[in-house]
Design a protein around this ligand. Structure first.
Ligand code: SF4
Length: 195
């Protein structure tokens, strides 16, 4: 079987979609390759292209604060993070369907290699393209399921922490409360899977 290293070697100069034209670097993933929890977000940002790691900026600060919050307390070493596309789209637009499709073989191999106990899909595009669910993200938050190496793996759909970075203070507060509730549910399931 492939390794994460060989998958990275296969994709580090990838030109399978148009995002190769504008990206500065392929941003593969970050975290423990044997983590119990795989976090799946949308796309890399500008700072990620410099550091080579997803969630390097303020969204990452927010994510790691939530992981460390009381009643969540998920250690960083138990987490691996990647995106549905490995290349940053121009002007930080959302990736397009064709670009997501071009990167999907890689995504499934990536997930199979990490082989997590739980996947967390963060945001609207992972909801649509990974879970195949359409509708209002906030109303559809919760547990789903997928198959990894023929094994049923729970998938929790929640907001992307970046969505709570900007906006009216009340709106930011509302989203933070939702995320905190979601992450407590994820942490509780993670404890169950380890028991
Ligand atoms: S987004 Fe994925 S498929 Fe497109 S160029 Fe980057 S690595 Fe290749």
């Amino acid at each position: 079987m492939e390794s994460l290293e060989s998958l990275y070697a296969e994709y580090k100069d990838c030109r399978r979609c148009d995002l190769a034209e504008s990206r500065r670097a392929v941003v593969f993933g970050v975290g423990n390759p044997q983590a119990n929890l795989l976090l799946l977000a949308e796309r890399p940002g500008g700072l990620d292209e410099i550091t080579g790691a997803p969630f390097s900026g303020p969204a990452g600060d927010m994510l790691y604060r939530i992981l460390a919050a009381p009643k969540v307390e998920i250690p960083k070493w138990d987490v691996y993070i990647t995106n549905i596309v490995l290349c940053r789209p121009p002007e930080d637009r959302s990736p397009r369907a064709g670009e997501i499709k071009a990167c999907s073989d890689r995504l499934w191999k990536h997930i199979e290699l990490v082989n997590p106990k739980i996947i967390v899909a963060m945001g609207r595009l992972p909801m649509i393209y990974f879970l195949g669910v359409k509708g209002k993200l906030e109303e559809l938050r919760g547990w789903y399921e997928t198959l990894v190496r023929g094994r049923r793996v729970p998938v929790f759909l929640t907001l992307n922490p970046a969505s709570a970075l900007y906006g009216e203070p009340e709106e930011i507060k509302r989203k933070k409360i939702m995320m905190y509730e979601d992450w407590q549910r994820i942490a509780s399931k993670l404890k169950e899977t380890k028991a």
